[in-house]
Design a binder for this molecule. Structure first.
Ligand SMILES: [Ca+2]
Ligand SMILES: [Ca+2]
Length: 90
C-alpha cells in the first residue's frame, strides 16, 4: 500500500483512496470493534486494546507515542480518517 499521491488529493480524502470498498468495509469492522463505546472515535484506552491485540508487548509509553503519532488533528482521539491513514501505512 503506497501513499505517494497523497499530497495531491484533498485532505479529507487522504487514505480512503488507497482502499477498495471491501477493504474499507473490513477496516470499518475493525474500527467499530475497538470503538467499544461506539462514539465514532478511538480514544486512548480503546487504542491501547487495539495495539495490545496487534502486539502484546506494547507498553503504556508505546500507546502514548502511538496516540501522539496517529492523532493528526491533536484532538486526543483517533478519528476514522486518522485510523485508515495509519492502517494504510502499517
Ligand atoms: Ca470510542
Ligand atoms: Ca484526532
Amino acid at each position: 500500500m503506497r501513499f505517494d499521491e497523497a499530497d495531491v488529493v484533498p485532505e479529507w480524502y487522504t487514505g480512503a483512496m488507497a482502499f477498495s470498498d471491501d477493504e474499507l468495509e473490513e477496516l470499518k469492522e475493525i474500527f467499530d470493534h475497538y470503538d467499544s463505546d461506539g462514539n465514532g472515535v478511538i480514544d486512548r484506552e480503546e487504542l491501547r486494546r487495539l495495539l495490545v491485540a496487534l502486539d502484546p508487548e506494547f507498553t503504556e509509553e508505546d500507546v502514548q507515542l502511538g496516540l501522539q503519532a496517529l492523532d493528526g488533528n491533536e484532538n486526543g482521539v483517533i478519528d476514522w480518517d486518522e485510523f485508515i491513514e495509519w492502517w494504510g501505512k502499517r
